[in-house]
Design a binder for this molecule. Structure first.
Ligand SMILES: N[C@H](CCC[C@H](N)C(=O)O)C(=O)O
Length: 284
């Protein structure tokens, strides 16, 4: 099958964008993995498939697949690249676009400075169910909210906040992001028995109440240069624990994201850059 694609990235989190608005695409899980493979295919953290609107109240639907071929609920950096992609494809001239995802409808908006702001909806904090390694340790409380212990065997214990942005995140505070044990603890957290659907693992260094450095070991992709939903999860957890105040600049290895959140059930706003890299065709 000959497949046209567009390569994009949002702060270094890179994507293969596929346009399935004119005709349906049938790509197997193995073909998705090949597309994402950095040696045998195009190479990407995720693949985004843009489809026609499923209902009149939205403009499009998009589906997200991790590099391992698994379909997931949400992708913050992908949502920004989606806006640039559909405009570049001539599929819309709108700047604010309503798009249906597995996590619900989100509304990304192209800003005057070329960045894109995405209303990611409200965070959901999961009161960790016991037994959540509670057999070993009691939870800690920071700012009135609990951090829960994840027993990682020889990699020690990670004290995490569990946050959903539609997709699951386990976020821990570290002293130095650059020195964080991402490669060692990331996969152990991703596959921890506590998370039936696996989880994204965030490592957040608080620089000031309005500035963090963040690294994320992503479910189904490994460490990425940036993670949009991971930035939302880290900032909302940090605000809740009293470590951060909105808005917060999030420095990732791939660039800067900015998160704003007024607390409670208010939406999380994610703003950041998008970049078009190249268009291509691949034989699968
Ligand atoms: N790895 C994530 C999906 C991609 C999220 C990330 N790339 C973002 O920008 O939010 C998951 O399995 O939930």
């Amino acid at each position: 099958m000959k497949l046209q694609f567009t390569k994009m990235h949002g702060a270094g989190n890179d994507f293969v964008m596929l346009d399935a608005t004119r005709e349906p695409l049938h790509v197997s899980r193995e073909q998705l993995r090949q597309l994402a493979d950095r040696h045998l295919g195009v190479g990407a953290d995720q693949i985004l498939v843009v489809e026609p609107p499923p209902s009149p109240d939205v403009d499009f639907r998009y589906r997200i697949f991790n590099a391992d071929g698994g379909e997931v609920e949400q992708c913050g950096n992908g949502a920004r690249c989606f806006v640039a992609f559909v405009r570049r494809q001539g599929l819309t001239a709108k700047r604010a676009i309503r798009v249906a995802t597995h996590a619900g409808v989100i509304q990304p908006r192209l800003e005057d400075d070329g960045r894109v702001t995405v209303d990611m909806g409200p965070p959901r904090f999961e009161p960790a169910r016991v037994p959540f390694d509670a057999a070993h340790l009691a939870p800690r409380t920071e700012g009135g909210f609990e951090l829960w212990p994840l027993d990682l065997g020889s990699s020690g214990t990670a004290w995490v906040s569990v946050v959903s942005m539609g997709n699951p995140h386990a976020v821990q505070r570290v002293d130095e992001a650059d020195a964080a044990p991402v490669a060692e603890q990331g996969p152990r957290i991703e596959h921890h028995a506590r998370f039936a659907q696996r989880v994204n693992a965030g490592f957040m260094q608080v620089v000031t109440p309005h500035h963090i450095r963040l690294r994320v070991w992503e479910r189904g992709a490994g460490e990425t240069l940036a993670c949009g939903t991971g930035a939302c999860a880290a900032v909302t957890a940090g605000i809740r624990h009293g470590w951060l105040q909105s808005p917060v600049d999030v420095d990732t290895r791939g660039g800067r994201l900015t998160i704003a959140w007024d607390g409670g059930a208010s939406p999380v706003l994610l703003t950041g850059p998008v970049a078009h890299v190249f268009d291509g065709t691949i034989e699968l």
